[in-house]
Design a protein around this ligand. Structure first.
Ligand code: URA
Length: 429
């Protein structure tokens, strides 16, 4: 006899483990509309509170993959390798990374989503480029991979549809922050995408899902284990997200900063992380004799970027949108910038219009925050610390309020203020 939704919910609510049959049944039923949203919400909350063991997570992931199709990308003449970040503030790394890794000889099939809440989405960033289009057919993806070596496009609705539905439900039921649910959500999509290798960038800190290193390690280990069990070579870097990445937060602002990096310049932290992730990806692709530092510094990744953008209808030479209102936030006292909290900056950018509160909202291409001072730098009273960019000036007070506790100028005598190291740890099979 088939299980009932209430039985499955009760089993997890009471701290038990779900059987393979229960997992397959509940996810197939939810995808088909036979298990109701309120039942899945109750189950997701029971999972958040009581967890799942490794075998349950593996089965849950497989059932999510089985809810849709698995892409089989044709041989494009280069090894396929992808990267996924768990999401952070100013995290534009995919933009320079995909062309860089392609310039080094691999092919990057990056099927991405849009941002929700305080973290930006890769597609939202690229859509600030005039003409660029996110939706590609499977044939277009394969042709671009063979020709350019890098594709960043929208995920197809047929990949892990159970996750698409469940993620939207988790988002509004306080059940996003469950390690088994995050790990299975990310890995089901990446396994279904058909990449040959995967590097995970698991963010740690105030601007990330995982606020502490032990939680981030657990998430990374769970995902590496799932990937390995599915024959997908997977490694993870754990990286700091207590401070925004780079100096630009917001869609067009982040594209501009990515272009600086691709031209051999840009902020040191963005370069450091791009190169670290490229090394991991190239190792999985078996391309260890090329040095991504040299390739990036030479500017050789920039023409790949131009071709990648042009192949999707974008004009890489077109001016990016600029906000109608650019307003500084100034230091109130002399001192040292002791804190620039990632979450505070992410919420400020979101309130300025860079992000969306509901998935049907539109984003402002030009909105966001530009940081002018690094943590640890000396500042004087009245000196601009950052700029707020928006087309909707009524958003400015909300953005300022979000920054109030997150931007701290301290007395220089109160001890050294240093940014935490960017690369915190790695998890490999
Ligand atoms: N990103 C995903 O794709 N899924 C999650 O559950 C969290 C982040």
């Amino acid at each position: 006899m088939a299980p009932s939704a209430v039985e499955v919910i009760n089993a997890k609510r009471d701290g038990g483990r779900l059987t393979d049959e229960q997992i397959d049944w509940v996810l197939a039923g939810y995808t088909a509309g036979d298990v109701a949203d309120e039942q899945m919400a109750a189950l997701a909350m029971a999972i958040l509170l009581n967890g799942m063991d490794a075998a349950e997570v593996a089965r849950w992931t497989q059932a999510m993959i089985d809810s849709g199709e698995v892409l089989s990308l044709p041989d494009v003449g280069r090894p396929l390798v992808d990267k996924h970040s768990t999401g952070g503030v100013g995290d534009k790394i995919t933009l320079p990374l995909a062309p860089l890794v392609a310039a080094c000889g691999a092919a990057v099939p990056q099927l991405s989503g849009r941002g929700l809440g305080h973290t930006g989405g890769t597609l939202d960033k690229l859509e600030s480029i005039p003409g660029w289009r996110a939706a590609l057919s499977l044939d277009e993806i394969a042709a671009q991979l063979a020709d350019v070596g890098a594709v960043i496009c929208a995920t197809t609705p047929t990949l892990a549809p159970a996750d698409r539905k469940l993620y939207a439900l988790r988002d509004v039921t306080g059940t996003v922050e469950s390690i088994p649910l995050i790990a299975s959500s990310i890995m089901s999509k990446k396994i279904a995408e058909g990449t040959g290798g995967l590097v995970l960038d698991v963010k740690v800190g105030s601007g990330a899902f995982m606020k502490t290193l032990p939680h981030a390690r657990e998430l990374a280990a769970t995902m590496v284990e799932i990937g390995t069990a599915h024959g997908l070579a997977t490694t993870a870097l754990l990286t700091d997200m207590s401070v925004p990445l780079g100096r630009a937060v917001g869609n067009a602002l982040e594209v501009a900063e990515s272009v600086e990096v691709l031209r051999g310049g840009g902020p040191a932290d963005v370069v450091e992380l791009t190169v670290a992730l490229a090394r991991e990806m190239l190792a999985l692709a078996g391309l260890t004799d090329v040095d991504p530092v040299e390739v990036l510094a030479s500017g050789a990744a920039y023409p790949v970027w131009e071709r990648m953008i042009a192949a999707q209808g974008g004009d890489p030479a077109a001016p990016l949108p600029m906000a109608r209102h650019v307003v500084p936030v100034v230091a109130q006292t002399d001192g040292v910038l002791a804190q620039c909290d990632a979450m505070a900056v992410g919420i400020a950018a979101w309130r300025l219009g860079a992000g969306r509160a509901r998935k049907e909202d539109t984003v402002q291409a030009a909105a966001g925050v530009r940081l002018l001072v690094d943590v640890g730098e000396q500042v004087s009273a009245g000196q601009p610390l950052l700029e707020l960019h928006t087309d909707t000036p009524q958003a400015l007070p909300g953005a300022r309020a979000a920054l109030a506790a997150g931007l701290v100028v301290a007395d220089p005598g109160s001890g050294p203020a240093v940014r935490p190291p960017l690369l915190l740890d790695a998890v490999r099979p």
